[in-house]
Design a protein around this ligand. Structure first.
Ligand SMILES: Cc1cc2nc3c(=O)[nH]c(=O)nc-3n(C[C@H](O)[C@H](O)[C@H](O)COP(=O)(O)O)c2cc1C
Ligand code: SF4
Length: 683
């Protein structure tokens, strides 16, 4: 039995050692390849990357796969800070990375990539963009354009430099042979760097896949025209790498099981056909992913970074059955513990790759091994991680403020790092900032009390958790962490001056005030603010029949819209800007918008409510047109202001004071977790 009496053998399949050719792996959990944009600006490995990957190796993953390592650079690369291995000068950093990973019992692999048509850094540096055929340009769809001005600016940066040039270049045979050679040379460098294996990126629209896709490869020469000819570039690359690295060096391929939102497109039959040929060409494993046309906003969440749990499992199972288990199959894509264990137990796959969950908690594999799955900090699927990559900045995580900042934490941050000067700390407010700060500070050895006027832990997160299963998991995790720590609880007690006595430090984590807009009718009986919603969200109360209008299109507004729609109401969300759920990373935001619209919710952007009436809301558009929106009930999620009315109490107490989370600035969960971590690592 493990800690908490948990059965240590809960995940026998996930924890079983495995083998990819000569590569012995301690368990079946691989870190999925994720471009991190954390390298030095010349593509060499940075200190930040060493810390980032070492944390995941220490956390128990069997194999770390570094995502998208450029085989040519700057042409063929996405950004200056993409890891590259196109020269011998890049070997030293990779060698150090391998050592940092291997010293924890994990193994290191590199995903070798040529960006082909998606090489933004080629554009930025004025290098040619290699393509199979002239592109049929489809601009981003409507939802893909719901970006803030800052996001638009960030996305356009590669096109705005003095050196920028879009030089579309249809690849000649010589250039294709040079690209194949670049893969082989990079793979050979990986062997010299002490890397344990290489994954050839044959998917996701990059060079090798752009030749596979009937949608982008319309050539009629020896590199296109039939399925075999379209697959040729990938297969020749595999053969070339195999002959360069030798028969026994672990090498495998990631490829699409299907392409979404394209006509014509790669199909699962194409993938099965390719799988057999890949094995014949010399791969030791198959990593089954998916792709989508990049112009479609929901493409990413329909494909390789799915929003539906286990979305790629069936494809992996089909491949594994088709190849009759000739080589191991790696599956990936929104896998919780049970799905991952079952994928192995039922023979859908031999290994599971996990991406986002390892960003949210690098220690996940160790925690499963130790029988404490409840201790895993959950991913909340808000997509800051991959969203950042599209904004040309580095990977980061809303749930885990230490992601990409691992070096800022104490070296062994996974273990409690105890303070030399324990303080008595009162945290006022048991919302996400307060809860996260409480257990972290207690783990650091402080004596922590958390006080809240409410009788239960969670603050506003409790309401959100009723309508969002990911936030529900986060709430349970935070409460669990607090209960497991030595934190004293004072619930059902509004803070008053005597409560602050005897504490060295008082932390205000009182969140935000959600009020009514200053417009006629806002005080009507048919108007609800977030304060009134818990009985409805928990199912104890029904909203009156009839349409619902929601003021404010942030994540809270969209979550409530989903809840109201599922209760059968006509729903309109009214947002003043043209961006909904601005606090979410891009693909997550797009997903929410698309799903809500598909469910029949009306999202009205660039409109402002001017009055609330008995059965309607009057709204005004940016160009001053007045529209009446029918509504039996109006829910206000704006305006929101930091709630720091206890500041005076704090000043008078004479204790050291801190203000964190929304009480400090309205940055929602991301700000709450960042502040909580920063406070605990400072004290
Ligand atoms: C930040 C981020 C970067 C990614 N970069 C790559 C990449 O470079 N190469 C690749 O094949 N897939 C990439 N992916 C997709 C992941 O490998 C994986 O398929 C996806 O995250 C789904 O797995 P998950 O649900 O466990 O996160 C990326 C995903 C994320 C979140
Ligand atoms: S940013 Fe969001 S989706 Fe990405 S790993 Fe973190 S919690 Fe998960």
């Amino acid at each position: 039995m493990g800690k908490d009496g948990t059965d240590l053998n809960s995940y026998p399949f996930l924890m079983a050692p495995g083998q990819i050719a000569a590569l012995s792996l301690r368990n079946r959990i691989l870190m999925a390849p994720m471009g991190d944009a954390l390298a030095n600006p010349d593509g060499t490995v940075s200190k930040r990357q060493l810390d980032y990957y070492e944390a995941r190796a220490r956390g128990g993953a069997a194999l770390i796969i570094v995502g998208s390592v450029a085989v040519t650079y700057p042409g063929g690369a996405f950004s200056a800070d993409q890891t590259a291995l196109h020269t011998d000068e890049h070997i030293a950093g990779i060698t150090e990375l391998a050592l940092r990973v291997q010293r924890h019992g994990a193994r290191l692999a590199l995903q070798l990539t040529h960006g082909g048509p998606q090489s933004l850094y080629a554009i930025e540096t004025g290098n040619p963009l290699l393509m199979p055929a002239p592109p049929t340009y489809k601009g981003p769809d409507r939802i893909s354009r719901t970006l803030s001005p800052q996001e638009q600016f960030a996305m356009s940066a590669p096109f705005q430099q003095p050196t920028s040039r879009v030089d579309i270049h249809i690849a000649t045979e010589e250039e294709l042979l040079a690209a194949i050679e670049a893969f082989a040379a990079a793979a050979e460098r990986a062997t010299r760097a002490g890397v344990d294996g290489v994954e050839i990126h044959g998917g996701h629209g990059y060079l090798l896949d752009s030749f596979r896709s009937p949608s982008t490869n319309t050539r009629e020469d020896e590199w296109g025209g039939t399925r075999d000819k379209r697959d040729r570039l990938l297969l020749e690359t595999i053969r070339s790498v195999r002959s360069r690295v030798g028969a026994h060096y672990p090498m495998w391929c990631r490829f699409n099981s299907v392409e979404h939102h394209r006509e014509p497109h790669e199909t699962i039959e194409d993938a099965l056909y390719l799988a057999t040929n890949l094995i014949e060409a010399g791969v030791d494993a198959l990593h089954v992913s998916a792709y989508s046309d990049p112009s479609i906003a929901t493409g990413i969440t329909d494909a390789h970074t799915p929003h539906i749990p286990g979305a790629l499992l069936a494809a992996a199972a089909a491949v594994r059955a088709h190849i009759k288990e000739a080589v191991p199959v790696i599956t990936v894509g929104n896998l919780d513990d049970e799905l991952a264990e079952n994928a192995l137990a039922t023979g859908a796959a031999d290994f599971v790759a996990m991406g986002r969950r390892l960003l949210a908690d690098p220690e996940l594999p160790n925690k499963l091994r130790d029988g404490v799955p409840d201790h895993v900090r959950p991913c909340i699927y808000q997509y800051r991680c991959i969203g950042n990559i599209f904004l040309n900045t580095h990977v980061a995580c809303i749930a885990n403020p230490l992601t990409a900042r691992e070096g800022a934490a104490p070296p062994e941050f996974s273990r409690p790092h105890t303070t030399q000067e324990p303080e008595h700390i009162l945290i006022i407010g048991a919302g996400p900032a307060g809860l996260d700060a409480a257990w972290r500070l207690a783990e650091r050895g402080h004596f922590v009390t958390i006080q809240d006027a409410a009788t239960q832990l969670g603050g506003r997160l409790s309401l959100a958790a009723l309508a969002d299963e990911h936030l529900s998991k986060m709430l349970n995790y935070l409460i669990g962490q607090v209960r497991r720590s030595n934190v004293e609880l004072r619930l059902g007690q509004p803070a008053a001056a005597p409560d602050l006595e005897g504490f060295d430090r008082v932390v205000l984590a009182t969140g935000a005030d959600w009020s009514r807009p200053d417009i006629p009718g806002a005080e009507n009986g048919n108007v609800l603010t977030l304060n009134d919603l818990t009985p409805w969200a928990s199912g104890e109360m029904r909203l009156p029949d009839g349409p619902v209008a929601i003021l404010g299109g942030g994540k809270a507004g969209l979550t409530l819209a989903r809840l109201a729609r599922s209760g059968g109401h006509e729903v309109t969300v009214i947002e003043e800007t043209h961006v909904f759920a601005i606090e979410l990373g891009l693909p997550g935001r797009f997903r929410w918008i698309a799903d809500l619209e598909a469910s029949g919710v009306t999202l009205l952007s660039e409109h402002r409510a001017t009055s609330i009436n008995q059965d309607s809301v009057t709204v005004m558009s940016g160009d001053s047109k007045i529209v009446e929106i029918e509504s039996a009930t109006t829910i206000c999620t704006v305006p929101v202001t930091p709630r720091n009315d206890l500041l005076e109490l704090l000043f008078e107490s004479g204790a050291m004071g801190e203000v964190i989370g929304d009480a400090h600035s309205l940055e929602r969960l991301e700000g709450a977790f960042r502040d909580a971590e920063a406070l605990s690592s400072r004290l």
